[in-house]
Structure formats: structure tokens, C-alpha cells
Design a protein around this ligand. Sequence first.
Ligand code: TMP
Length: 212
Amino acid sequence: MRGKFITFEGPEGGGKSTHVKELAEQLRAEGRTVLMTREPGGTRLAELIRGLVRDEVDDPPVTRSEVLLFLAARAQVVSQVIKPALARGEWVLCDRFADSTFAYQGYGRGIDVKLLRQLNEFATEGLTPDLTILLDVPLETSRERLAERQAATATSADRIEQAGEMFHRRLREGFLELAKAEPERFVVIDSSGAREEVSKKVRDAVLSLEGR
Ligand code: TMP
């Protein structure tokens, strides 16, 4: 039987990577085989692309290149990692996927979302998540958590994190609109509350999927 494909989406500071790890541990404790991956990333080439799109460089990609770089990374991880794992019956948890392209490059950068959907269809050969968990946080919380993480890890904001406030507002609204348009795939969780509360909601969302 094909495994389940669950993606985590949302603005920065929503705790995606924490909740991906927690869910993976819970599912493994129940005896499931779980593959965790992230986007952009998950293969050697896709991790190299991750550096290219996030690093501050003197010749940053123009928006069209940015789209194509994210999609190139996606094509790699989908064909080399995600599809084979699903075919083996594994559960695949992915930190960001196509909705990030629609929110960041579509709503954020202003590229036509319909066009992005077509390009994404090409890159993924039509692979769609069974469940997408949108960890939503208000802009202020997102900014505070990002600043805390940077202080704790002695890093600075990457190229995309540095985009202005209006960009971040648009992409958060974009995620919420995407979720509204596909309520059967998305579960929206307010991630500004306590971590345990959010974990429980993530677990409940996944339980509802197990019956399907
Ligand atoms: P993060 O997952 O560690 O937050 O880093 C990924 C960054 O790349 C984040 O700023 C969101 C951005 N991104 C896009 O702009 N478009 C995409 O399609 C993906 C997958 C990520």
C-alpha cells in the first residue's frame, strides 16, 4: 500500500521542524516507517540549491530564477526520495513543499499562482500531499521567534527572511487563502500557543488521516 505524504507549511517561526520531528517520533513509536525530509533539500543537489537560494550573494537570483531553483530542488527530492519512499509504503513528512512556492513566490513575490501550479505539476509529476498542516503564526510572533533563533544559533536572517514586512504579510495571507481553497487537504493550526497544545492538534489531524 502507498504510504502517506504529509507536508508542514507556514511562515517562519511556526515551529515546523520541531513538529515534524515530534510527529516522526510518535509515528515510529507506533511501528510505522517514517521518512523525514525538507524543502528545499533532501538530496545532495537539492541541498546545494538550498544554499543558492538562501545565501546573501552580490548577484541574487531574479524572481524567475528563484522559482526555477525551488522547482529544480523539488523535482530532485520528489523523484529520488519522496516517491520511492511512498512506493515502499512509508510515511513521508516534509518540512515545506509546493504551497511554499505558491505563498512565497506567488503571493509574496507576485508571480501568477496559476502559472506556478503548472510549473509545479511538471516538477512533481502531479504529486500532491495527503495532508498539509499549516502552522500559522501572526507576523509579530514570527519575527520574535526568528530573532530568538538567530540569537541562540548566532546566525543572521537569510536572503528570503530579510524580505520586507509587506512580503511577509502577503505570504501569511497567501497560506491562509490556499488552505481555505482546499479544506479537505489542509488543517490550519494556530501555532502561537504552547508547544504541547500544538503537538496535540497535529496528532489529531494525523489521526483523522489514518482512517482514510
Ligand atoms: P526554511 O524552511 O528553513 O524556513 O527555509 C526555506 C526558505 O525558503 C524559507 O524562507 C521559505 C523559502 N521557500 C520559498 O520561498 N519557496 C519554496 O518553494 C520553498 C520550498 C521555500
